[in-house]
Design a protein around this ligand. Structure first.
Ligand code: CDT
Length: 310
């Protein structure tokens, strides 16, 4: 058995006026709970230090940059790293990254138990749009504020397991799981900020959105024989509802831990045995024996669908 006690630290809403320091205090409270529960690893959501700012249209780059972190750890997050290091708990969380050469990414990091950042991922699939859209009920401007990630989907050895990361919208794309699956991933961790309603379609509310969110994580887990941990920032931020539904999914696609419906700060915990991945990886999803890459060229040669002529 290679067990990792995983804590999924769902965060409730963060308002526009809330400081990073206040958020970090909430994260530390969850980390304290995780310590009490014997967690080895705690996963926090996407862009978790601030409100989900891509819902706000901004033209002033100085105003935009105020939502970004220029270094990690920094003054606001140093206490979180210190508590994690002291407890010997590895952590992962998402934040808006502004690089020294002025590039903007939607980023997640992963630490080891000693608080060293050993993995960084930059979100590849950026949803939404880049200009103000009068047709939408609300804005989703990730394409305006971020560039697509440039690091691919690497995996890292951590806590005696092979781990990878993706972020929110990435969880909907099977290629993401498979690229990590092809590196033997055993645990995929991800955070999300998913609006509870569709800004362009009135009949897509929280029920359907929760269903889709679970569907893709269960499928990604099963088809790649890997654990998947998906953690929400949830609840109503300045009048805008975000989905909860944080889950831990086992390599058979079963949900083994699930957040309550309250959409608040909440820790979900499960003892995850990485060796459970082995059966699927050596039988039905033994990629080396069963994949037929001679038929998969389209996956990398083509972006949009090309339908046959009538
Ligand atoms: N943050 C993020 O990626 N949210 C998207 C919303 C999609 S609707 C524009 C998601 O896939 O959950």
């Amino acid at each position: 058995m290679r067990t990792i006690v995983i804590g999924g630290a769902q965060l409730g809403p963060i308002q526009k006026a809330d400081s990073r320091e206040a958020v970090v205090e909430r994260m530390i409270a969850l980390l304290d709970q995780a310590k009490g529960a014997g967690c080895d690893l705690v996963v926090f959501p996407e862009l978790c230090l601030t409100t989900f700012f891509p819902r706000w249209y901004m033209e002033d780059q100085v105003e935009v940059n105020a939502w970004f972190e220029r270094e990690m750890p920094n003054v606001a997050t140093a206490p979180l790293f210190a508590v994690a290091r002291e407890a010997g708990i590895a952590i992962s969380f998402g934040y808006a990254e502004l690089t020294p050469d002025g590039r903007h990414f939607n980023t997640s990091i992963m630490t080891d138990r000693a608080g060293n950042i050993i993995g960084k991922y930059r979100k590849v699939h950026l949803p939404g749009h880049s200009e103000y859209d009068t047709e939408r009920a609300f804005q989703h401007l990730e394409k305006r504020y971020f560039e697509p990630g440039d690091l691919g989907f690497p995996v890292w050895r951590n806590l005696d397991a092979i781990m990878g990361m993706c972020i929110c919208n990435d969880r909907r794309w099977p290629e993401v799981y498979r690229v990590m699956g092809l590196q033997g991933v055993e645990l995929i961790i991800l955070g999300y900020n998913t609006p509870s309603v569709n800004s362009q379609m009135v009949d897509e509310g929280p029920e359907k959105r929760l269903y889709h969110s679970e569907l893709v994580m269960k499928a990604g887990a099963y088809q790649n024989a890997t654990w998947v941990v998906g953690i929400a920032k949830a609840g109503v931020e300045d009048g805008h509802p975000l989905l909860g539904g944080s889950i831990i999914v086992d390599p058979n696609g079963y949900v083994v831990a699930r957040a309550a419906e309250e959409e608040e700060d909440e820790l979900i915990v499960h003892v995850c045995d990485m060796d459970v991945c082995t059966f699927g990886k050596t039988t039905i999803f033994d990629f080396a024996r069963h994949r037929r890459i001679e038929h998969y060229q389209r996956i990398c040669a083509q972006t949009g669908a090309e339908v046959p002529e009538r």
